[in-house]
Design a protein around this ligand. Structure first.
Ligand SMILES: NC(=O)c1ccc[n+]([C@@H]2O[C@H](COP(=O)([O-])OP(=O)(O)OC[C@H]3O[C@@H](n4cnc5c(N)ncnc54)[C@H](O)[C@@H]3O)[C@@H](O)[C@H]2O)c1
Length: 250
């Protein structure tokens, strides 16, 4: 199995996209450390995981809003057993409102969950990756970074930071056998979409913009991640791959 012997740290693992990513890596033999805090979503993830061999998905309840906690828990995970081979920074919060209505505390919260946790995860995993001369980092950005969505300023800024970190990490860790890439999902019908007031109108808007005329499925994201995490993608680093049905083209 492609990922047997590999440990994958995945944040936001119980979310709409994260669940499918967790299941996909576990199906391919990986051992997934599934970080989330939403009990109902975690229960649903564990229900799906029950069909897999035991031990493939281990839930870690870690509140990514708390940097000190994140630092200590991630360091403990990275120094436990054989360490972390693949880091997937997927968790996000996405409060939506006019720019002038955001409090500075809201800006801070978005950056803690979406960006600072990614920094802590990679700092924790890096020594082990360097020791093995092999590692994969996958950040999850967003189509919103490329423009077109108002009322999401802290979120869009956080997604830009993840693109920037992808490039900085690719350059800094390339000589150590570690790649860093980013996935920019398009519009997927998950909880993130419930912020839109008119679901049918929004679906029409999405399909008008996509080249491929079906809604994206979480498995589309998982497949791209499986590829970027594999040895087949060993010569690809610093890139942002849009998985959006052919919407943004760069
Ligand atoms: N769904 C889309 O259409 C879409 C589009 C573009 C980008 N994305 C990105 O894809 C990623 C996954 O999105 P999704 O649609 O699955 O969203 P989601 O809201 O379903 O999942 C996010 C997960 O993060 C977890 N989380 C939030 N705050 C946390 C905290 N403080 N500590 C621990 N966990 C926390 C939530 O419990 C949730 O399970 C995000 O980075 C998002 O920005 C999604």
């Amino acid at each position: 199995m492609e990922f047997s012997g590999k440990t994958i740290l995945l944040t936001g693992a119980a979310g709409g996209l994260g669940t499918e990513v967790a299941i996909a890596f576990a199906e391919h033999g990986g051992r997934v450390l599934a970080v989330d805090i939403d009990d109902a979503k975690i229960a649903a993830l564990l229900q799906r995981a029950a069909a897999l061999p035991s031990g493939r998905i281990r839930v870690e309840r870690i509140d990514l809003l708390q940097p000190d906690l994140v630092r200590s828990r991630m360091t403990a995970l990275a120094t436990d057993g054989d360490g972390i081979d693949i880091v997937i920074n997927n968790a996000a919060i996405y409060p939506s409102k006019a720019f002038e209505a955001y409090t500075l505390e809201e800006w801070d919260a978005v950056h803690r969950v979406n960006v600072i946790s990614a920094v802590a995860n990679v700092q924790a995993a890096l020594p082990g990756m360097r020791r093995k001369a092999w590692g994969r980092i996958i950040n999850v950005s967003s189509i919103t970074f490329f423009g077109g969505w108002a009322n999401l300023a802290p979120y869009v800024t956080s997604k830009g930071s993840l693109v920037a970190l992808t490039r900085a990490w690719a350059r800094e860790f390339g000589a150590d056998g570690i790649t860093a890439n980013c996935i920019a999902p398009g519009a997927f019908p998950t909880d993130a979409e419930k912020i839109h007031p008119d679901p049918e109108g929004y679906t029409r808007f999405v399909l008008d913009h996509q080249s491929i005329k079906r809604r994206g499925a979480p498995r589309d994201i998982a497949e791209a991640m499986l590829f970027l995490a594999s040895d087949r993608a060993g010569f690809i680093t610093g890139q942002t791959l849009s998985v959006d049905g052919g919407w943004v083209m760069q």
